[in-house]
Ligand binder design. Structure first.
Ligand code: SAH
Length: 194
């Protein structure tokens, strides 16, 4: 099977990153994992931008640090060994883009995974530090234990956001077997100044 556009959530996420993330922006990778998104974000925000990356596994941050060095990317990347539910302790500025890849690290320890309570805590805080026209992308993996419940909590929360302030979209490959991941995108509207 060869598709060119509507391939999978990974492709949609990548397209959105390329479209939305710009030079000089402040962006956050809430689940660094293997570091692919962190590295792409660092490249796109350039020398004048800043990337914050969170992971509770030191191994993930070490691998990412190494990859950044290999690519000679000495941009402002702050890798934080803590849960994204504590995002407010580390980020004291407004941010333009936030990404979450929920679940466990492929090829890693499957018991170390995101969970609905900390994910929700983090999302509530993420919404508050988002700039006008800022974007949040959340990919939910639902094939593992707890994944479906986490996705449902995420969706319930996102559905409750006021449409005057946020637009929320859901991408779901509805004819695929084996629980394909579900992607949510959130854009915060520009605040009207009276
Ligand atoms: N399922 C995705 C990858 C998810 S990686 C895929 O298949 O591509 C998820 C990462 O989140 C892991 O590296 C894990 O250590 C990290 N993580 C788990 N709980 C976290 C938390 N509370 N805060 C930050 N990172 C967390």
């Amino acid at each position: 099977m060869r598709y060119s556009e509507i391939i999978n959530t990974l492709k949609i996420v990548k397209d959105m990153i390329y479209k939305c993330v710009k030079d000089g922006q402040v962006v956050v990778d809430c689940t660094v994992g293997n570091g692919n998104d962190t590295i792409l974000l660092a490249r796109l925000v350039g020398k004048t931008g800043r990337v914050y990356g969170f992971d509770i596994q030191k191994k993930a941050l070490d691998i990412t640090k190494e990859s950044l060095a290999c690519e000679n990317l000495d941009n402002d990347v702050r890798l934080i060994h803590d849960g994204h539910e504590n995002i407010d302790l580390y980020i004291k500025e407004k941010v333009d883009f936030i990404i979450y890849n929920l679940g466990y690290l492929p090829k890693g320890n499957k018991n170390i995974k995101t969970n609905k309570d900390t994910t929700l805590k983090s999302l509530r805080k993420a919404i508050n530090i988002l700039n006008d026209n800022g974007i949040i992308l959340i990919t939910c993996y639902i094939g593992h234990e707890g994944g479906l419940e986490e996705k449902e909590e995420v969706e319930r929360f996102l559905k409750s956001l006021d449409q005057k302030q946020f637009n929320v979209v859901k991408y779901d490959f509805i004819n695929q077997i084996n629980y394909p991941p579900i992607l949510y995108g959130v854009e915060k509207s520009k605040t009207r100044r009276e």
